[in-house]
Design a protein around this ligand. Structure first.
Ligand code: FAD
Length: 402
């Protein structure tokens, strides 16, 4: 190894240390926000199915909308693993806040990875970090089920740009977002799989409500249905096909960040169960009450979730560092990323249900400090948010096509 290599490696190690120290500081701020603000308002966010304004005011004040924006564009330049840690932490306090935070970061990642040096999209990232814009996603469409790889709506050429009308069954926090990224066919003649992603600013679209959001859980995501009518300039169309965005960014980042926040919801339930099981153990020293045994079972499920997330997040970061879209043609990686989502959603639900068995009536009550009501209701969304059966079906096709 030459002297220059050694110096470069030392600089890299020093940067990594600085980065991890800086991250630790930011993580601690998020934990404080979680404990002091997000938790405090989570019950009213859930009860009233309202946007978590207090949480986002605090997260924006820390500049966290730009967490994944590269530092040279004014952001924090976090890694996916670091974003995952923040989603995990927020998941302990309010599932809806964590989900909104994750969905925003997924949209930011789409721009970071696919701007292809477009001045417009790079400017967008600067706005996200400087003005703390919040980005929403309108990828589902009425009439296509949960299959995000097809669109019915299409861009209609207009002046120097386009117009678009999309019937969206759910756009989370649409009315509180500064912009919405959405998919559509490239043009009126395009096939249903010939999709592009566009980004519309608040002043570019009008939303007409189609349905309310009175759901079991994730109530603060305010995921109403809308007819979206919008117009834009051609520069608002991402310069790569949506299929590239999905395989390299949207699926992996969504499944990893969702997995982390579901793990946070499950770990919060585990911590409540631990309080109860510790009480049982203290009452009967020298014995192993059933709740203590169940606690260990929940812990091993959580271990599986966390280690699967950590491994896949690292593998994803490794692939990203190769800066070559072709590495995402790897079928085994696509299967792993789908399996991650299915496993995390199912195991997190199991952990919450084990916690319910341990906490008993205290967990079942809505008015108890150990209530698991919100944990249960929020975690149910995990299996249907991109239906696990659909993902298993897709994996089956991939398995049998090799
Ligand atoms: C809390 C929450 C927030 C959301 N926020 C957003 C958002 O902001 N933006 C957005 O675009 N979307 C959002 N979604 C929607 C989500 O991403 C999915 O598109 C949606 O949950 C799928 O809806 P579905 O159950 O009707 O569809 P489907 O996936 O079609 O599932 C319906 C049924 O079809 C079955 N099925 C499985 N595979 C197939 C197949 N191959 N063909 C036909 N049927 C099949 C399923 O098993 C299930 O029984 C959100 C969802 C949730 C739960």
């Amino acid at each position: 190894m030459t002297r220059i290599d050694i110096d470069n490696n030392q600089t890299k190690a020093a940067n990594a240390n600085n980065n991890s120290r800086m991250f630790e500081k930011r993580f601690n701020h998020v934990r404080e926000i979680g404990e002091e603000i997000v938790s405090k308002h989570s019950a009213s966010v859930d009860r009233d199915a309202r946007f978590p304004y207090e949480a986002f005011e605090a997260l924006k004040a820390e500049g966290l909308m730009g967490a994944y924006v590269p530092e040279h564009l004014g952001g924090m330049g976090m890694t996916i693993t670091q974003l995952g840690a923040l989603c995990y932490e927020l998941g302990h306090h309010c599932g809806s806040t964590a989900m909104i935070f994750a969905m925003h970061q997924i949209m930011v990642a789409c721009i970071v990875h696919h701007h292809e040096s477009s001045d417009y999209l790079i400017g967008y990232l600067e706005n996200v970090s400087q003005k703390q814009w919040l980005l929403a996603s309108g990828h589902s469409e009425i009439g296509t089920g949960g299959d995000l790889a097809i669109s019915k709506c299409a861009l209609e050429p207009k002046d120097q740009g386009f117009s678009i009308t999309k019937l969206a069954p759910v756009i989370s926090y649409a009315e509180d977002a500064d912009a919405i990224a959405l998919t559509c066919r490239r043009g009126p003649e395009a096939q249903e799989r010939d999709q592009v992603q566009i980004i519309l600013n608040r002043e570019d679209y009008v939303l007409e409500r189609l349905s309310d959001w009175d759901t079991l859980g994730m109530r603060g995501t305010c995921s109403l249905g809308y007819t979206l009518n919008g117009t834009g300039k051609n520069e608002q169309i991402f310069p790569v096909p949506f299929s590239n965005i999905t395989k390299m960014t949207m699926s992996p980042v969504a499944h990893i960040l969702w997995g982390y926040l579901w793990a946070g919801i499950a770990n919060d339930a585990f911590e409540k169960a631990r309080i109860v099981a510790t009480g049982h153990a203290r009452k009967k020293p020298g014995t192993t009450p059933p709740s203590v045994q169940r606690l260990s079972q929940a812990d091993s499920e959580l271990f599986l979730i966390r280690s699967s997330l950590a491994n896949l997040a690292l593998e994803y970061e490794q692939k990203l560092s190769e800066q070559n879209i072709a590495v995402f043609d790897d079928i085994n990686f696509a299967i792993k990323i789908n399996n991650l989502k299915v496993t995390c959603s199912e195991k997190a639900f199991e952990v919450v249900m084990i916690a319910m068995m341990i906490c008993g009536i205290a967990g079942y009550r809505n008015d108890s400090e150990l209530s698991l009501g919100r944990n249960v209701r929020d975690i149910i969304s995990a299996s249907i948010m991109i239906n696990n059966d659909r993902l298993l079906g897709n994996c089956g096709v991939l398995h049998t096509s090799v």
